[in-house]
Design a protein around this ligand. Structure first.
Ligand SMILES: Nc1ncnc2c1ncn2[C@@H]1O[C@H](COP(=O)(O)OP(=O)(O)OP(=O)(O)O)[C@@H](O)[C@H]1O
Ligand SMILES: [Mg+2]
Length: 239
């Protein structure tokens, strides 16, 4: 059974649907990417899965149907979203941002320990060096690391990631996506939304193509990376 199953999702704003019957699955420890052009509905998809936007259709975690429109239900089911705008607490330090990231565990009644920080500092040593720095003064790449690390502090089973490569230099994109791969190896499933299709298809196991609110292609990332239409529309050059 898949960890996440979304079936026939219809989601919109002010009565106008932008997702028209989207279905997808994510298995345990799997990295699944959704690629697609601007305005395709990728952010809307993650928002609706997280319960931030009302939806029609069914979302299950481990076969249990999630109540639509309730973020707390998703948090309790150990799903976390790193939103497009990152939404860090800019006036607070790196350390305090991470501390707040543990909140979902507290609400699940889990025991918190000072060593909770160790795992994220192993993955992001840069954040350990900068734990006293005010988040608003971090570089773009460091902010991205902090957003990921803060989500990890809540020990999610499924991480929803919106455009982690946005605005980052290619070298930083590679290191952020390498961190995503490590998260999956450590047992976390990741649903990764990306416009950088090349980078996303390199790190993902499977991929969906979302265009105008409809899934137009799906398959293994390796298969889609060699598909002529994907190469023409999303990868630029024929290899
Ligand atoms: N709050 C909102 N109110 C009205 N329309 C919205 C709202 N948010 C998004 N939309 C519209 O829904 C459509 C899908 O937007 P969405 O942000 O999900 O696209 P996206 O695939 O994430 O795009 P991008 O790659 O640019 O981030 C767009 O046409 C957008 O204008
Ligand atoms: Mg978006």
């Amino acid at each position: 059974m898949s960890l996440l199953v979304a079936s026939d999702l219809h989601v919109g704003y002010h009565g106008n649907d932008v997702l028209h019957g989207v279905s997808l699955t994510v298995d345990e420890c799997e990295i699944v990417t959704v690629i697609g052009p601007n305005g395709a509905g990728k952010t809307t998809l993650l928002g609706s899965l997280m319960g931030l936007l009302p939806r029609r259709g069914v979302v299950t975690i481990d076969g249990v149907e999630m109540d639509g429109g309730a973020v707390e239900v998703m948090t309790r089911a150990r799903v976390a979203l790193v939103p497009e705008q990152r939404e860090l607490f800019n006036d607070m330090t790196v350390h305090d941002n991470l501390l707040l990231g543990r909140y979902p565990r507290r609400s699940r009644g889990e025991k918190l320990k000072p060593s909770d920080f160790d795992e994220v500092f192993v993955l992001f040593p840069r954040l350990a060096e900068r734990r006293g720095q005010i988040a608003g003064t971090l570089s773009g790449g460091e902010r991205q690391m902090l957003a990921l690390a803060r989500a990890m502090m809540g020990r999610p089973r499924l991480l929803l990631l919106d455009e982690p490569s946005l605005g980052l230099a290619p070298r930083i994109v590679a290191s952020v996506l390498e961190s995503v791969a490590q998260l999956a190896k450590a047992g976390m499933a990741v649903l990764l939304v990306e416009q950088n299709a090349r980078a996303a298809l390199q790190v993902a196991h499977r991929a969906y193509v979302l265009e105008l609110g409809v899934v137009t292609m799906a398959g293994t990332a390796a298969a889609l990376a060699t598909e002529p239409r994907i190469i023409d529309s999303y990868l630029g050059i024929r290899r």
